[in-house]
Design a protein around this ligand. Structure first.
Ligand SMILES: [Zn+2]
Length: 412
């Protein structure tokens, strides 16, 4: 067996180690760093950089990424973004090739920041059928062996009743093309619980999981998260279930948060707070004590719910900024979500893997060598500075590199 050596990495406990990776992509040994690189073929000198499990993005929109200039959203809120997108689509601005190229560019940006797995939602609507899924699949094929990509069919609204029939037909088309999860927005449908039922039935039939945009609004009277938990339990649905956003849970009293979180935990649903897009889109009509738009992270954690965090939109009408760097999401989970840096890093790394059905990574023999080395003193320092000196490994293979150089030019 050929062994690749990731030489002179620093672990979070301060040890300097050489990480050996077999040709099965698994870590075969972790030993004290040899005095100097053995200079074997395939060895990589990490110069004492901090080595961590690689990052994973649980919630992207690769079909929309990098359209901020092309599709403005003057209102700045969620409905403004949705309307701007629909107008652009009817004006023919969103082409197959455009989606392929932008999705590929967005995947490269994720990779270079240390991401080895991404789950993306992709619009599936009556007007476009599964065309965007076809385009994102084409882009994903370019990253075969470099990046794990999961596709969620983000079904447009309405999805229920007679009016929802064309959307359901588009979902059937997407299932033919090949998707990994059924998605949709129960809070945007006239019949939220009905939408959840449709999603669970379609996913059960296809033998896949579901990932819904849940309660992405501030109105506390809307709480479809509870319906989702109850339907998952009542139907005994066996696939993976994720609830993205869950903003209105954050608007409830602590008692309601705890009660709903207990049901979510019982149903085995993972929750994905998406601080960047929520901070951008939510609360524009609340000038006093403007809500952050984050879910009730603490209540969910206290109830034992698996919480992972994502970026959601990047540089599109739903969020004008975003670097495609999960360390940016982690920083917001520290600042706006009040997590410790270590917990925040888990939320953009192993918690994502556990939630999306990928094996966890530990820097120990037997685990997949999906790793990122960062020129940072600690996890906290990595999140704070987000240095762009990184090496990214998928199954032990170097898949992306970045080097940052900074110079102070002193007066002579
Ligand atoms: Zn989203």
């Amino acid at each position: 067996m050929t062994v690749r050596v990731l030489h002179n990495a620093r672990l979070v406990d301060g040890r300097s180690v050489d990480v050996h990776v077999g040709d099965d992509g698994l870590i075969s040994d972790v030993v004290a760093a040899a005095p100097k690189s053995a200079d074997l073929d395939g060895s990589e000198n990490l110069n004492g950089w901090l080595l961590l499990p690689s990052m994973a993005e649980p919630h992207a929109h690769l079909d929309k990424a990098l359209t901020a200039e092309m599709i403005p959203n003057p209102k700045g809120d969620l409905m403004g973004a949705i309307d701007a997108w629909i107008d652009a689509a009817s004006a023919g601005k969103i082409t197959h090739q455009g989606i392929v190229e932008r999705a590929a560019a967005a995947m490269e940006k994720l990779m270079v920041h240390g991401v080895t797995a991404v789950r993306t939602h992709v619009n599936v609507m009556a007007s476009i059928g599964a065309a965007a899924v076809v385009a994102v699949r084409e882009a994903a094929d370019r990253f075969d062996g470099l990046l794990d990509v999961q596709i969620v069919a983000l079904c447009g609204s309405p999805m229920t009743g007679t009016e929802g029939a064309p959307t359901r037909a588009a979902l059937a088309e997407a299932l033919e093309v090949g998707i990994d999860f059924v998605g949709g927005c129960p809070h945007l449908d006239a019949d939220g619980p009905g939408l959840i039922k449709v999603a669970i039935e379609a996913a059960t039939e296809a033998g896949i999981g579901i990932d819904l945009h849940v309660d992405e609004m501030l109105d506390p009277s809307v709480l479809t998260l509870r319906d989702l938990a109850r339907q998952v339990m009542d139907t005994g649905f066996e696939g993976l279930v994720a609830a993205s956003h869950c903003v209105t849970l954050g608007m409830q009293t602590p008692d309601v948060q705890a009660a709903v979180a207990a049901e979510v935990a019982m149903a085995g649903i993972a929750v994905f707070p998406l601080p960047q897009t929520n901070l951008f889109l939510q609360g524009r009509d609340n000038p006093t004590a403007t809500p952050r738009g984050l879910t009730a992270v603490r209540a969910l954690q206290d109830a034992g719910v698996l919480v992972a965090a994502g970026a959601d939109n990047v540089q599109d009408p739903f969020n004008l900024v975003g670097r495609s760097d999960p360390l940016e999401t982690a920083a917001l989970m520290v600042m706006a979500g009040h997590q410790s840096p270590e917990a925040a890093y888990d939320m953009v790394s192993n918690n994502v893997r556990r939630a999306i059905g990928l094996p966890e990574v530990q820097i120990t023999p037997g685990y997949r060598a999906d790793l990122v080395a960062i020129d940072a003193p600690s996890v906290r320092g990595a999140i704070a500075d987000a240095p762009m000196s990184r090496r990214v490994f998928r199954r032990g293979q170097l898949v992306a590199s970045a080097d940052q150089q900074t110079i102070i030019h002193r007066l002579s």
